[in-house]
Every structure is written in C-alpha cells, then in structure tokens.
Design a protein around this ligand. Structure first.
Ligand SMILES: [Zn+2]
Ligand SMILES: [Zn+2]
Length: 385
C-alpha cells in the first residue's frame, strides 16, 4: 500500500537525559530534544493484517494536524518542533476515518463495511492512570501517528476498542464520502470538547468565551462554544484567512490581536464583566494568557490546550482574587467524547465544513504540507483511496 512516512535522525541533545526505556525503544517523551532533520516521503509499504483485537480500516479521510506540521518542521538547529511523544520512522496521520476492511478474530462489535473514526490516544486500560479514568494520561501511552503507524496510508490497523462508529453521521448526511470527511474532524474536535467539558465542569450556557488561536483546535472550540450556548464567543487570530473561517463558524467577534490591549478590549466587549471562559489554543501563552488580568471575570475558567515548552509568567494574584480555575488539557479519549462529538455533528449543531479548506489525494500530500507552512488554511483533508 501507499503511505506517507516521516524519518528523522536519532540525535539526543547533549543535555537531554534519555531514560533506559527511551534508549531501548526510541519511544521518546520530548521529541524536540531528540529528532533531527525530519523528512517526509510517500512510498510503498506492506499491507497490514489484523491482530486478534484489531480491525483494518481502508482510510477514507485523514486531516493534517498542527502536530504533524510540528514534526515535519525543524527549528534553526535542525530539531523537530513537536515537544511530545514520538518514535520514527513512522507513518503520520491521526485525525481520520475509514471503512472496516477486515476484523481480527476477537472483535465483537465491528464488522466489515462499518464506517468508523478512532481515538489517537492508545491507552492501555491497565495502568494506574487508566484505572483512575485518566486515559489521556496513560502511563504506557502509545499514540497513533506519533509512535505507532498512522493513517496517511491506504490502510491502517486499529484496536477495535479505540473505534467509534459513524453510522449516525452517515445517516444524517446521507453521503458516505462526506461522513468520512467529517469523521476525520472528530479527533481534533474531541481535543477541544475534552478541555472544555470534561477536564473542568464549570461550563454554563450564557458564558462569555474567548478563544485564542484560530487553528483547527481553536475553531472547533469556537464552534462547540456556539453550540453549547455561549452568549459571546470572541476569537483572536493573526491570520486574515483564519479569521474569515472563524466568522463563518458563528463567533460574535473575530479580532486580530496585534497591537490590541487584551484587557481593555475584552472588558469593552463584555460590558465590563470580563470573560468567563478562556480557551488557549494558540500555543502562545506568553502573548495570550500572561497579559490577562482585569479582563478575567469572577469564577473564570482557563482551558489550556496549545502546546508550548517555555515557562509562562501568570498573574496568580488575579487568579486568586477572582477565583479563577486553570485546567491543563491533553487528548480526547474516554468520557464518551467521541460519541458526543459525532452526535453533535449528526444533529447539525456542529457544522465544521467551513474548516475544511482543501481535499487532496495522498499523492499530493507533500504540497499540502508545504502549503500549510503559511498557516492560512484551517484543515486540509487527504483522501488516500
Ligand atoms: Zn492532531
Ligand atoms: Zn494506561
């Protein structure tokens, strides 16, 4: 089968202390400290066969994520930008959907022909974190498209336990191909859903929301906030193209943050009350969260999703005086998140079609990566079959 593979040089920085396990497996916790000179190529690789608890999916659609870009892009020192769990060489792609093409002998609830999407977080179910319900923080985590083969390929093996059926979505849209394209949006939307509604239970219809970052995660957060009854959704992004998409998804205000005083802008827009719910999806907390002080409403919530390695100074005195809660959030698995996102999409309450700016063949993936370097698109979907 055809697949897109990322290769990189294993070159731990001198001050990065590899654990025994990292040295033995090359499954690296902080990829940006170890992997150098990344390269993506499209080539032929063996067709997968299912293990007993797996299904083989014929990939219908796969999105290119900001994380894919951060593995593909290197900094001035040649190291990849992505600071998370990684193992190379590997097939990329973790936001995807497909049709079941084969099932392992222990698979009970899926059959050939089912349309599904799957969690990227390959939680083990046995470690202490999993048993406490925190599957996104699994102690033995593997990540599809990061440490195990991903979906930028014609076929992918996935354990049945990570799959969620798209039948409700296909029924409602009435078109299998469209359901598969929307199915590929469930994973990134689940990341936003998990941060906003699972990590912390402070959401109330009627809140004033600010979303920093109009990339796919921020846009999905915006659309979820609109669907969940926010009274105002204010989106900041520096890209005019992304601001246009944010307008289509129902934000009440879409602004370029450059040159703005965040506190006075937000106070003006919120009748002096401040914002109740903050989503950081820009990965730039120094510019988004650090300046927020007087514009945080009493009992405000901050959801931190964007990745950023550098420490950020925060005005904790303001957090204390205003009773602010801060939730770091990672992942999308567990809690029925995929089920609920699929239902919201099927019901028409969550229409993310404005986010899909292009659909391209897998053969054109290299130019899709190139095009995304400018960060003008929201989501490019690859169609591998
Ligand atoms: Zn992603
Ligand atoms: Zn686990």
């Amino acid at each position: 089968m055809k697949a897109l593979t990322l290769t990189a040089e294993f070159a731990p920085k001198p001050d990065y202390k590899l654990t025994e396990r990292e040295r033995a497996t090359h499954r690296i916790f902080t990829g940006s400290q170890v992997w150098k000179n990344p390269q993506i190529t499209i080539g032929q690789t063996a067709d997968p066969t299912p293990k007993d608890d797996e299904v083989i999916l014929q990939v219908g659609a796969v999105g290119i994520c900001g994380s894919d870009m951060h593995m593909y892009e290197a900094g001035p020192d040649g190291y990849i930008l992505y600071p998370g769990l990684t193992r190379f060489p590997n097939i990329l792609g973790h936001e995807f959907s497909g049709k079941v093409a084969a099932v392992g002998k222990n698979v009970r609830d899926l059959k050939v022909g089912d349309l599904v999407t799957a969690e990227e977080i390959q939680w083990c179910g046995e470690c202490v974190s999993c048993r406490r319900g925190f599957v996104n923080h699994c102690d033995n985590l593997e990540e599809l498209g990061f440490t195990t083969p991903g979906a930028m390929a014609q076929y992918i093996p996935v354990r049945a336990r990570y799959c969620w059926k798209l039948d409700e979505l296909a029924d409602r849209i009435g078109d299998e191909h469209e359901a598969l394209v929307m199915g590929a949006m469930v994973e990134p939307t689940g990341v936003s859903y998990h941060a906003m509604f699972n990590r912390i239970h402070t959401w109330q219809p009627g809140v004033y929301v600010v979303v920093f970052g109009g990339g796919p995660i921020g846009l999905a957060a915006e659309a979820l906030a609109v669907a969940a009854g926010a009274a105002q959704v204010i989106v900041f992004d520096t890209s005019p193209a992304r601001r246009e998409i944010a307008k289509k998804l129902g934000a009440t205000h879409v602004l370029d943050p450059v040159g703005l005083d965040l506190n006075s802008t937000l106070l003006d827009l919120t009748y002096g009350r401040g914002v109740d719910f903050v989503v950081e999806a820009a990965g730039a907390p120094m510019h988004t969260l650090a300046p927020l002080t007087t514009s945080l409403a009493v009992n405000a919530t901050i959801c931190h999703i964007g990745r950023s390695e550098k420490p950020t100074p925060l005005s904790l005195e303001h957090y204390q005086v205003r009773g602010v809660q801060f939730a770091g959030s990672l992942g999308h698995a567990g809690h029925g998140t995929f089920q609920n996102v699929i239902r919201m999409m099927a019901s028409g309450k969550l229409d993310l079609r404005p986010m899909v700016s292009a659909r391209m063949a897998l053969d054109d993936a290299l130019s899709a990566f190139k095009r995304l370097e400018s960060r003008q698109d929201a989501k490019i979907i690859l169609l591998p079959n």
